[in-house]
Ligand binder design. Structure first.
Ligand SMILES: Cc1cc2nc3c(=O)[nH]c(=O)nc-3n(C[C@H](O)[C@H](O)[C@H](O)COP(=O)(O)OP(=O)(O)OC[C@H]3O[C@@H](n4cnc5c(N)ncnc54)[C@H](O)[C@@H]3O)c2cc1C
Length: 312
């Protein structure tokens, strides 16, 4: 089998397929630590993703996997308390997956930062992506998988190599399969030396600029921005300044925090995640891309569905 892509989707599919006894090769343009996946915060959270008849199931399967992985220090996954909050009322309807958060409770006014009107507090899996991708690579290779740095130019080239192909090319699907519905959503994170933050915070908003803080031990990842249709690949000083200013309003210690690194990634935007079997010139291609800002949170569920589609 051939998997295209070594982000969180390609590697998770690789692990599931190789551990089921298949011979799997991954081909990727970028090494895992240079993918969008490596630049994610990242948290498992209820997603509101489409398709709405599949995404809650994918999120639930992924929650179970990440909760189990959090028992193992080597995975980069840990369970963290924290808050999801908004500057407007969030109403009473919650996404179905919210029931998976064992200690979910609504924030009282005293538990919200200045300017925020509503929010929830609860424990969710946080994933330190560079470490987690290393873990997936090791697990994939341990199951006999092989990773090659090599771009795939077309579906014809892919099926010439294998009759069973999984397309996890992220925003690269725009070009690889000519899907005009796939578009980049630029994101940037500022990595600072953690001054003692041990809870996550994420702002829900329709705006392209918001606050996020994800602690991973000594490193704290601060965000964030969502700029649709922006193919930029370099960190921008003005974006960094905006992130640090917004985060310092949340916690004044962050105004002085030492900046260690900056990360940029292109979320693979699409109206709906595409997990679909295509019969192509006598071969089978399972597409698995377009996860937007939820590719980590949906990863295990999507990988299981990919395996089922290949076996069907
Ligand atoms: C700042 C930021 C924060 C985020 N936070 C979260 C979060 O908290 N939770 C969450 O769930 N998600 C989050 N996301 C979204 C998440 O990162 C993405 O949904 C996810 O990484 C997509 O994974 P992927 O494997 O599909 O794509 P990618 O990680 O982009 O991987 C695509 C792979 O395909 C390869 N490729 C592309 N084209 C070709 C080709 N022609 N031939 C060979 N290889 C090819 C690339 O080299 C790469 O290996 C965040 C994203 C950003 C940018």
């Amino acid at each position: 089998m051939l998997v295209i892509g070594a982000g969180v989707q390609g590697l998770t599919c690789g692990v599931v397929l190789a551990e089921a006894g298949n011979r799997v090769r991954i081909r990727t343009t970028d090494p895992p630590r240079a993918t969008t996946s490596a630049a994610a915060g990242a948290m498992w959270a209820p997603t509101m993703a489409s398709p709405s008849d599949r995404a809650p199931h994918w999120a639930a399967l992924s929650h179970a996997e990440f909760t189990e992985l959090a028992d193992d220090d080597d995975t980069g996954v840990h369970l963290s308390k924290g808050r999801i909050a908004a500057r407007y009322g969030l109403g009473e309807a919650l996404p179905a997956e919210a029931r998976l958060i064992p200690d979910l409770q609504r924030c009282g006014p005293q538990d919200l930062p200045a300017g925020f009107a509503d929010g929830f507090r609860g424990t969710v899996p946080l994933i330190d992506m560079p470490r987690y991708l290393d873990y997936l690579v090791a697990r994939f290779r341990g199951a006999g998988g092989e990773i090659a740095r090599s771009a795939v130019q077309s579906c014809d080239e892919a099926i010439a190599e294998s009759g069973a192909v999984v397309n996890c090319s992220g925003v690269g699907a725009h070009e690889l399969v000519g899907d005009p519905g796939v578009y980049p959503v630029f994101g940037q994170l500022v990595v600072v030396r953690n001054p003692g933050v041990d809870e996550y915070f994420i702002e829900l908003t329709e705006s392209g600029e918001f606050i996020s803080a994800m602690p991973h031990g000594d490193r704290l990842l601060l965000g964030g921005v969502k700029f649709a249709q922006d193919w930029g690949t370099r960190p921008r000083p003005r974006v960094r300044e905006g992130i640090l200013r917004r985060c310092a309003a949340l916690d004044p210690r962050l105004a002085e925090a030492e900046v260690l690194d900056e990360l940029v990634g292109l979320r693979p935007g699409r109206q709906s995640v595409r997990v679909q079997l295509e019969r192509y010139s006598g071969a089978r291609i399972v597409h698995n891309y377009g996860h937007g800002g939820n590719g980590v949170a949906l990863s295990w569920g999507c990988a299981y569905e990919v395996a089922e589609l290949l076996a069907s």
